[in-house]
Design a protein around this ligand. Sequence first.
Ligand code: PMT
Length: 219
Amino acid sequence: AVEALFKDKHIMITAGPTREEIDPVRYISNHSSGKMGFAIAAVAQQLGAKVTLIAGPVSLPTPPNVIRKDINSAQDMLNAVHETIATQDIFIACAAVADYKVNKISAQKLKKQSQNITLTLSQNPDILSSVAFLEKPPFTVGFAAETQHVESYARAKLEKKKLNMIAANDVSNSTLGFNSDRNALIVLTSSSTQHLAPNNKSLLAMELMKLVHKEYSRS
Ligand code: PMT
């Protein structure tokens, strides 16, 4: 049996990609499958937590006894997160949120026109920062998807976004990270660095949640 490390704790997890609509039939998105975030949700629930999973469009079953809310865009994810963030003890942002949205979503399907067309994009809200900068933030864990300088870029995000912890992954390796069953993480706090070796996402999620518990207990 697994220990109930997070008994009676409320943990919210974001997972999967977001979709930013261009017109009624097209969107901008990324390769996130939701597997990493769903594995974390399943493990957190097994460890006794009451889990809320805010999921982008993915084709994965809901882990047992997890409350799931499905969203499409980054703005929808932001709204869903803030509906119940005040009651959460821990927030884990594993979603691959689109940094930009299309400025003007076309009401009609865009017709093929000239050789080149230009889409104007504007920045989406940063969901993770919006939680970390709350007056009474939960214990906040971010992810960092990097293709180079993984540890230093992640440490910069930890500091800039005022996070308790960040889990960085190298997404330049196609056998790990996005849309794969395996991943490897570098987990950072302001005073520590821990390497979690390549593993399947369920086992990795268990190792990560043990580190989260250790750090959360000290906070
Ligand atoms: O879904 P899988 O196929 O299993 O793949 C897992 C994963 C590679 C997507 C996952 O492990 C991962 O790295 N998730 C974070 C992806 C990401 O968008 O990283 P980032 O470095 O761009 O963003 C940094 C952090 O800010 C992340 O916690 C992200 O959720 C958050 N963010 C980013 C932008 C934004 N507008 N709002 C946010 O909350």
